[in-house]
Ligand binder design. Structure first.
Ligand code: MRU
Length: 347
């Protein structure tokens, strides 16, 4: 199994450095929470659920290092740790969900000493990691029925094991579950400019899993849909609003529009922790703007002239009308999503 995020006995956080894949498989170890925060920012670890798991580990790691037996002082420093972790990336709601979960653990009135609190935080981070793996397994089973024998499935970005704590991930987990049921499936992976998660990570993962994968540039998706090559589209999500509007990697919206024009069902696979029930629709989702160097350069090679104006939003929002179904670990939501997602939340 690909180990995207692991916690050591000491509570250190081991990450596969996703910036170096597919050519180098290097594990980095974060020994303090500031290193972990930097690893989220610089995309050593990325993908909404993986960021959530890493964040939970980072909060626990930061807490272990707080050198005081005084509860009031501990809580003050603990809040600082949580704030640093929460300020790493703005769009994937799993990050905030994980930090809130850790804060809730720390607020348990039954934990009256710093030592018991630290222990509880370690255990909670372990639980977040374990649960993520189990959630992906259930999501795969809930979604595999949407994929038929002989389908070619297009995916955008990387929503696989590398984007989660493991077990094949969310969107790629659904594909893998269908593959394990014996269906013959082909995957078309959009390369996903500018960070190339599709080319570098999805293609790598699919090859490792023995699933037939073809890499295309983002601009080829419409061409192959029109030719009848693609039967389904399935993607992950970074944040889903209460009404089903979905933020995912930049370019997802274009794929959804193309899918609708060509009558191809477009599915989103994401854990319940990716649904932000506090916001009514996608207009409230903050979209991260990243360094323009990701667009002007590939590695160290400069592609664009010096001084040209560049934009680099990392995500876009697909309105709920383009989405056929949202696959979660608790079941599948269909339109109207406000009602169906709420039913899943309370199930
Ligand atoms: O910028 P990234 O690589 O963190 O963006 C990741 C995505 O957009 C994924 O599609 C999303 O997090 C779903 S991962 C299961």
């Amino acid at each position: 199994m690909i180990k995207t995020v692991e916690f050591t006995q000491e509570g250190y956080i081991r990450l596969i450095d996703q910036r170096l894949l597919p050519t180098e498989e290097v594990i980095v170890e974060c020994r303090d929470y500031l290193q972990l925060a930097e690893a989220i920012k610089n995309m050593t670890v990325r993908g909404a659920p993986a960021i959530g798991v890493a964040a939970a580990g980072g909060v626990a790691l930061g807490a272990q290092a707080i050198d005081t037996g005084d509860m009031t002082k501990f809580k003050g420093r603990f809040d600082e740790v949580c704030n640093v972790i929460a300020s790493t990336r703005p769009t994937a709601v799993n990050l905030f969900w994980a930090v809130e979960r850790m804060k809730k653990t720390a607020a348990n009135p039954a934990l009256t000493t710093v030592a018991t609190l630290k222990k509880a935080l370690r255990e909670e981070a372990d639980a977040v990691l374990r649960e993520d793996i189990a959630i992906n397994e259930r999501m795969g089973k809930n979604g595999s029925g949407f994929i038929a024998d002989g389908d070619t499935v297009l995916t955008h970005c990387n929503a696989g094991a590398l984007a989660t704590a493991g077990h094949f991930g969310t969107a790629l987990g659904v594909i893998k579950a269908a593959h394990l049921e014996g269906k013959r499936i082909q995957v078309f992976a959009d390369e996903t400019r500018p960070f190339l998660q599709g080319a570098r990570l999805t293609a790598w993962e699919m090859k490792k899993e023995g699933i037939d994968v073809t890499l295309i540039t983002d601009s080829m998706a419409g061409y192959y849909m029109k030719k009848g090559f693609i039967q389904k589209v399935i993607v992950g999500a970074d944040r889903i609003a209460r009404n089903g509007d979905t933020a995912n990697k930049i370019g997802t919206y274009s794929v959804a529009v193309l899918a609708q024009v060509h009558g191809i069902p477009f599915y989103v696979a994401a854990p319940i922790s990716t649904i932000d029930f506090s916001i009514p629709d996608g207009s409230h989702i903050p979209i991260e703007e990243r360094d323009t160097k990701e667009v002007s350069h590939v590695g160290n090679r400069q592609l664009a002239p010096d001084g040209v104006k560049i934009l680099n939003p990392a995500f876009d929002m697909t309105p709920n009308g383009y989405i056929e179904a949202i696959i979660t670990e608790k079941g599948v939501a269909k339109k109207p999503f406000t009602e169906s997602l709420e039913r899943l939340r309370t199930a």
